[in-house]
Design a protein around this ligand. Structure first.
Ligand SMILES: NC(=O)c1ccc[n+]([C@@H]2O[C@H](COP(=O)([O-])OP(=O)(O)OC[C@H]3O[C@@H](n4cnc5c(N)ncnc54)[C@H](OP(=O)(O)O)[C@@H]3O)[C@@H](O)[C@H]2O)c1
Length: 277
């Protein structure tokens, strides 16, 4: 299959390209940088140097490349610039969907997030409503709505990435926050996924039906549980517990659908995965 990875140099894209090449696909990938284009070439992908916010240039690049499938792994989070990321999700995805349709591409698999469900203590499935008051909602809903207009659009609602090159890596932004004592030991839910498992899910999604799929590990965790394990893994002091009787916030996420579709994460729990950070 001819597969174009939009965001081929990002945390997931970097892992996804070699998996697709190894599986025998003809792979191309986008980046805005000539330097990273060379790295892409070295990993076996044809680089397309293009900014997805430039609709015209993107349309030409996709038409020239003529892929069968586009895997959208674009984010703009390296500098934790959430406004830029919202714009990329909304405008960038719209441009990508338009370019795909103009080039006759039918399938798009796109990166979304799993932590947008309305709060509660039962595990959220893909049928549960998203919270319109959550800050990432405008960008995420625009992304998901645009992908749903493709003849075949699959949305991967990823949990929090951990592993090399992520915010949770020992040199990442969350590790820094934990070491600075800025993370609270409170009953807030997080569902994690190792970045290698996230990339593997994108490969498997080539065979999945249209719709949203939560891609998280088997063990949603309260911060009171995961932070001490994480602190031990990165050698940071465990913060003191506060507000022991506070209500939990956020929502545990179910991966039952991804499991039924055949996705088998290498790291079924962050408990194992943190040990290998
Ligand atoms: N679910 C999660 O927890 C989650 C999801 C995403 C990211 N993150 C965190 O965010 C951090 C940074 O993410 P990241 O490494 O994926 O990097 P990133 O800087 O957010 O970039 C991701 C990809 O998007 C591309 N991109 C961004 N803007 C673009 C544009 N206008 N046009 C074309 N391509 C564009 C980048 O390409 P070029 O820069 O090469 O042009 C890159 O390939 C990571 O540490 C990760 O932990 C977390």
């Amino acid at each position: 299959m001819k597969i174009l990875v939009a965001g081929a140099t990002g945390t997931v894209g970097r892992r996804l390209v070699p998996l697709l090449v190894e599986a025998g696909h003809d792979v191309s990938g986008t980046t805005r940088s000539a330097e990273r284009a060379q790295a892409l070439e070295e990993s076996g992908a044809r680089p397309l140097v293009v900014d997805v916010l430039d609709a015209e240039a993107l349309r030409t690049a996709v038409a020239d490349d003529r892929p069968d499938v586009i895997v959208h792994q674009l984010t703009d989070l390296a500098a934790e610039d959430f406004a830029a990321n919202n714009r990329l999700r909304a405008e960038g995805t719209r441009n990508l969907v338009e370019a795909a349709k103009a080039a006759g591409v039918e399938t798009m698999i796109a990166q979304s997030i799993a932590w947008l469900y309305v709060s509660g203590d039962t595990a959220a499935t893909e049928d549960d409503p998203l919270d319109p008051h959550a800050p990432p909602y405008p960008g995420v809903s625009a992304l998901e709505e645009a992908v749903a207009t493709m003849p075949h659009g699959v949305v991967l609602r990823y949990g929090a990435f951990y592993g090399p090159g992520t915010w949770y890596a020992p040199d990442g932004a969350i590790a820094e926050r934990v070491r600075a004592g800025l993370m609270k030991l409170n009953p807030a839910w997080t569902s994690f996924v190792h970045v290698d498992d996230a990339a593997a899910a994108a490969v498997e999604a080539l065979e999945w039906p249209a719709g949203a799929v939560n891609v998280v590990d088997d063990e949603p965790a309260l911060a009171t549980e995961w932070i001490p394990v994480y602190c031990e893994a990165i050698g940071a002091p465990v913060p003191e517990a506060r507000g022991r009787h506070a209500r939990s916030t956020g929502r545990p996420i179910s991966n039952a659908k991804a499991r039924e579709l055949g996705w088998t994460p290498q790291f079924t729990s962050w408990r194992e995965g943190f040990g290998k950070l």
